[in-house]
Unconditional design. Structure first.
Length: 151
């Protein structure tokens, strides 16, 4: 997404958990603990992936996108469909997205990444601001033409 910024990737932490599991230092019971809320969010708002679950290897993982931020008001902390995020990103200045992977087969779940979205991320794009200036009242070609005609 265009305004995506401050991305934090959690794949190292995920690999560490899987290593602990392989070594027998944690049990599948400890890591396959998706709550009913998370599983519902995965069913209704989840984004299917092609990635196999690292634990049961029988289901594909589902990504759930949670949104947080003051501007969201009562929507903060809700799961949203991936398709809704670009729309929100054009409406709001800034909000945080947390992506969680869930396996609906064995309840494995882990944070994938977090990032910021929102219009504040467009500030670095000069061209759009410039274009708005050209269309300002009184400026631009139309004004010039009118002066030509008066001469
Ligand atoms: Zn699984």
């Amino acid at each position: 997404m265009r305004t995506q910024r401050q991305v934090v990737d959690y794949s190292l932490q995920k690999r560490a958990v899987l290593r602990e599991l392989l070594a027998g230092r944690v049990g599948t019971y400890d890591v396959c603990d998706a709550s009913p809320y998370l599983k519902n969010a995965a069913r209704f708002h989840g984004e299917p992936t092609e990635e196999r679950c690292p634990i049961c290897r029988s289901e594909n993982l589902t990504h759930v996108h949670y949104i947080y931020g003051d501007e969201l008001k009562q929507s903060a902390g809700q799961a949203r469909n991936l398709a809704e995020l670009p729309v929100l990103a054009m409406t709001l200045r800034e909000f945080q997205v947390f992506v969680v992977e869930v396996c609906l087969g064995c309840d494995w779940n882990h944070l994938v990444e977090q990032f910021l979205l929102g219009r504040d991320g467009l500030a670095e794009d000069g061209p759009e601001q410039g274009a708005a200036g050209v269309n300002a009242p009184g400026a631009g070609p139309a004004h010039g033409r009118r002066r030509e005609a008066q001469r």
